[in-house]
Design a protein around this ligand. Structure first.
Ligand code: S3P
Length: 171
């Protein structure tokens, strides 16, 4: 049951969460939270450095704490880190304060979008379609189970994707 107006964009790295979140927030006068950026600002170091210094579990705790601070009335679009829906408590926190949109993409699409980046510790040394496909397959059941709505992003513009999210209503 949807209890708030926040919108949580979930999906694999490179699914387009940041771009779509920015557009939705702008066109609807909503606040924007980019989880990775907020955590980096709070910790005063890049995600890769947080992983290196404190380990992944510490980073996952920061994600959970951030989600639990959100309230149903916050009127915010949240671009979630790709690993957020892997924890049941995160999904529960998102459900309590808004609805969850899964942005899907094929491994080849993801690879093309992330191949020249170096900001994601999980992909360093693993920057290939096979690794992305395997991790995506492992995560897919949780992405799907968390989603109120799934929107495919392959070969589509940000405008088209936003329109589909809007057409699904209740924004
Ligand atoms: C992660 C995704 C990243 C970032 C971190 C871990 C993941 O965010 O939170 O590198 O586990 O999929 P994006 O999905 O915004 O790239």
């Amino acid at each position: 049951m949807q209890q708030g107006k926040n919108i949580f964009l979930i999906g694999f790295m490179g699914a387009g969460k940041s771009t779509i979140a920015r557009e939705l927030a702008q066109s609807h006068g909503m606040r924007l939270i980019e989880m990775d950026e907020q955590i980096e600002a709070q910790e005063r170091m890049p995600i890769a450095k947080i992983f290196e210094t404190h380990g992944e579990p510490y980073f996952r705790q920061l994600e959970t704490a951030l989600l639990e601070r959100l309230r149903p009335e916050d009127n915010t679009v949240v671009s979630c880190g790709g690993g957020v829906p892997m924890r049941a408590c995160n999904v529960e926190a998102m459900r309590k304060s808004g609805r969850i949109v899964y942005l899907s993409a094929q491994p080849e699409t993801i690879y093309e979008r992330v191949r020249h980046t170096h900001t994601r510790p999980l992909l360093e040394g693993n920057m290939n379609v096979a690794y992305i496909a395997a991790l995506l397959e492992e995560r897919l059941p949780k992405y799907k189970a968390a989603a109120d709505l799934t929107v495919c992003t392959d070969g589509r513009s940000a405008g088209e994707i936003c329109e589909e999210i809007l057409a699904a209503g209740r924004l």
